[in-house]
Design a protein around this ligand. Structure first.
Ligand code: TXA
Ligand code: MG
Length: 346
């Protein structure tokens, strides 16, 4: 298949959006930007189209897809019930990086929900995404547009790297804003529960809903995560990745020691530091993920830095830890997964 790339970095162009919408309406696959990561879109209400997503990504069929809508009114068709909590969250955070799990309606094929009776719904806050959703029929299933097991794409070139030749179209909308996937909150239990941390953090959800729980699997307990996708080892870089924890100073000293030792052993170490720490390190390939003064720069670059290391001949990576105030939980959740939970105390 020939993958067409459309350049919309300077904004939505209705003629292009209409062409992309037509591809979706005839059951094709279009990758598009959102504020979190790039999504791989297909008509969510067409089981055959949704099935193509699993095939293109190499995604296990029990890992459900998020349905993206552009307007609040659209939700009625895909859920069997709209709890008060959903209305309140939508008012506070939609359009935005929040996905809600709700009971599904008959209109949603089981292929889209990986066999579950619930459905994940999100209204992205991105001009191109919302225009495309409307042009494509209003209900676009979209997982992150990477092949299964690779970091989520935060720019169009990452999508092409993984899916060129396997999908109909890529819409290039430039680099994304947030860089980590949406927060997922399950509203089908008595207590709303976070299944995947993201930009909308627990504190923000609690300000709207009162008590919000966190899925036990996210707290390190050895139970099956409620979001099927969270059980897979995602984002594993080719090089072995270790996260070093401790005070800022301990971490820098320890990483520098580890990198020197790695060189002595004939390995090629890489280091994930920040604008504040990068000058400190004396050996290895040092990359700054962003600045601690603006934590969104850290979330935004996490996946691209992992991809960059995959293109190098680095064999081991030492990363600082980033327990930042707002997005720390989400950043560390993805980083720990990428590292297979290998943590070194500084
Ligand atoms: O930011 C995002 O959410 C991005 C952009 C493209 O919108 N999408 C995304 O989709 O991250 P994906 O497929 O990579 O992750 C969806 C996650 C998976 O962990 C999946 O298991 C979970 O959502 N999920 C989907 N439907 C669910 C359901 N009914 N119950 C529990 N978890 C669900
Ligand atoms: Mg994904």
């Amino acid at each position: 298949m020939q993958t067409v790339t459309e350049d919309l970095r300077s904004g939505p162009d209705q003629a292009v959006i209409d062409r992309a919408g037509a591809v979706l309406r005839r059951g094709g696959l279009v990758a598009f930007p959102t504020e979190t990561v790039y999504g791989l879109g297909a008509d969510a209400l067409d089981a055959d189209a949704a099935a193509k997503i699993y095939a293109a990504k190499g995604r296990p069929s029990d890992n459900p897809l998020i349905i993206h809508i552009a307007d609040w009114e659209a939700i009625g068709r895909i859920v069997s019930e709209i709890p008060e909590s959903a209305k309140r969250l939508a008012e506070a955070f939609w359009p935005g990086p929040l996905t809600m799990i709700l009971p599904k309606s008959e209109a949603v094929p089981l292929t889209t929900t990986g066999g579950l009776s619930t459905v994940a719904v999100r209204m992205p806050n991105h001009e191109i995404a919302r225009a495309l959703i409307r042009a494509g029929g209003g209900y676009i299933a979209a997982p992150s547009a990477n092949t299964s097991g690779r970091p989520s794409p935060t720019e169009a070139s990452h999508v092409a790297e993984d899916l060129d030749g396997a999908i109909d179209m890529i819409i290039d909308g430039g680099s994304v804003q947030i860089g980590l996937e949406s927060t997922i909150v399950d509203l089908t239990d008595k207590v709303p529960t976070i299944l995947r941390p993201g930009y909308i953090n627990q504190e923000m959800l609690e300000a709207v809903l009162g008590t919000v729980a966190v899925d036990a699997a996210l707290c390190g307990e050895n139970v099956r995560p409620k979001a099927p996708g969270m059980k897979y080892r995602h984002y594993a870089p080719k090089a072995e990745l270790f996260i070093v924890e401790g005070t800022r100073r301990q971490v820098r000293v320890r990483i520098d020691e580890l990198a020197r030792k790695a060189v002595q052993e004939g390995k090629k170490p890489g280091i994930i530091g920040t604008d504040e720490s990068k000058e400190y390190y004396t050996c290895g390939l040092v990359k700054s993920i962003g600045t601690r003064a603006d934590e969104i720069t850290i979330s935004r670059h996490l996946y691209s830095i992992l991809r960059e290391f995959d293109h190098s001949d680095i064999s081991v990576i030492y990363s600082e830890s980033f327990e930042t105030p707002h997005m720390g939980q989400a950043i560390m959740n993805r980083l720990l997964k990428a590292a297979g939970h290998q943590v070194i105390k500084g």
